[in-house]
Design a protein around this ligand. Structure first.
Ligand code: UGA
Length: 430
């Protein structure tokens, strides 16, 4: 199929390269010519495992091309996927200005009938509004389709190839069938529905997962108070197939460019529709409070000030396997520790260049390795769930001067640390 993908962020760049890998003729569009040149020369604007190789494969097979001209991009396309950002607006709602900009251009440049499909996360009702908006500006026929994206950063290529489901919403059965053909070979369920249901499935899914995390984070507090172990509680809960084991890892809270924004946006959409979404209000509050709960554990040992203390901080990204620091709780915790007077020795396998841009250099040394960060620090704080942090050598761990480790991701082994004479503070485990 001939596909045009507009936007070269996580969804667009991964989407275009995977669609090309599936044998489609794909053209990726971005209005930033520098970004297009970078991508064509093999430099990816984001760190995503396997992406560079997949883009190179697509380009050399001839299935994948890029352009900074939307007109050239949509000319031959049968399906246009809009994959531009929908950041959080000041009032918590999704800011749709990029979607409308693209809609303007499509309306202007579209010469033959198309399927216009929005992959960006947009509030319920948006597809219909965009449809009307474009219809008012062109006489060319088109179908509107909502195909929300469920990929996770860090495993997005795998997620697209092994998706649990594909959701395709439209008021045109023909358009649904045509878009379905793109995904049929995945042999996973395809949910065919109206535009509004497709839009809401995306928000409901992200909000439900965020709810699961806030729920286990509150259970972790009960574990701390009662002496129970949150890992065991999560294991016992997760084995119930109605609950499932995933997204039950207690933490310093969820972050990233999706959950905080999408939960807030669904909450806002609900109140705009006249409904007060009680559960989401609590999910948001619990998540905001969770990092302070973690900081309190540090304060219980060290008091309010950390002047004169050197703190090793492992992890800056909002989660493992990404260089993304948007809404990263790790970054917020580093800021709090620095404000308390600590000297920070930070390490993250991928996110240090991005972190430097927002945290600067004052009070922070960015270390070349995790060992450099930890060795001879006063205490250690773990903030992102990178697997490699589990592999710190005993000799490095025992070099921590105060023998205190605060683990915001429950990664390390308490028994092993106990044997090394280290005090271990984590979330929801004695
Ligand atoms: C999330 C969803 O998982 C994807 O399905 C969705 O497509 C995507 O948002 C999106 O809307 O584009 P992502 O933001 O990449 O994906 O990251 P997740 O793996 O969901 O993690 C989100 C946050 O929750 C991270 O900060 C992570 O550390 C935290 N988390 C996750 C926990 O604290 N505990 C858990 O058990 C799981």
């Amino acid at each position: 199929m001939r596909i045009c993908v507009i936007g070269t962020g996580y969804v667009g760049l991964v989407g275009s390269s995977v669609f090309a890998d599936w044998g489609n003729e794909v053209i990726g569009v971005d209005n930033n010519p520098e970004k297009i040149k970078m991508i064509e020369s093999g430099v990816m604007p984001i760190f995503e495992p396997g992406l560079r190789e997949l883009v190179a494969k697509g380009i050399s097979s001839g299935n994948l091309r890029f352009t900074d001209s939307l007109k050239a991009g949509i000319n031959d396309a049968e399906i246009i996927f809009i994959c531009v950002g929908t950041p959080m607006g000041e009032d918590g709602s999704a800011d749709l200005k990029y979607i409308y900009q693209v809609a303007d251009e499509i309306a202007l440049e579209m010469k033959t009938p198309k399927i216009i499909s929005i992959k960006s996360t947009v509030p319920v009702g948006t597809n219909k509004k965009i449809r009307e908006y474009i219809k008012n500006k062109t006489s060319v026929e088109f179908d509107s389709v909502s195909v929300p994206e469920f990929l996770r950063e860090g495993s997005s290529i795998e997620d697209m190839n092994q998706t649990d489901r594909t959701v395709i919403g439209s008021n045109s059965p023909e358009a649904i069938e045509k878009v379905s053909r793109l995904f049929e070979h995945l042999n996973s369920p395809i949910v065919k529905c109206d535009l509004e249901s497709a839009e809401l499935i995306k928000y409901a899914s992200n909000s439900f997962l965020a709810t699961k995390i806030s729920f286990i984070n509150e259970i972790a507090q009960i574990c701390d108070l009662s002496g129970a172990d949150v890992s065991k509680v999560a294991q016992g809960m997760g084995l119930d197939s109605r609950i499932g084991p995933k997204f039950l890892n207690a933490s310093i809270g969820y972050g990233g460019s999706c959950f905080p924004k999408d939960v807030q946006a669904l909450y806002k959409t609900s109140s705009d529709l006249g409904y007060h979404f009680n559960i989401l209000e609590s999910v948001i509050k619990t998540n905001k409070d969770q990092k302070h709960y973690f900081i309190e554990k540090i304060k219980k040992v060290y008091g309010e000030g950390l002047k004169g203390k050197t703190v090793a901080c492992l992890g800056l990204a909002f989660k493992n396997d990404t260089d993304d620091i948007r809404e990263s709780v790790a970054i917020e915790v580093v800021r709090i520790l620095r404000d308390m007077g600590a000297e920070i020795k930070a390490f993250d396998p991928e996110a240090m260049p991005n972190s430097k841009k927002v945290l600067g250099d004052s009070g922070i040394t960015y270390c070349a390795t995790k060992e450099d960060a930890v060795t001879n620090s006063d205490f250690l704080v773990i903030l992102t769930e990178w697997r490699e942090f589990k592999e710190l050598q005993d000799s490095v761990l025992i070099s921590v001067k105060d023998k205190n480790i605060f683990d915001g991701r429950n990664l390390l082994d308490r028994t092993k640390l106990g044997n090394l004479g280290i005090n271990y503070y984590c979330i929801g485990k004695k």
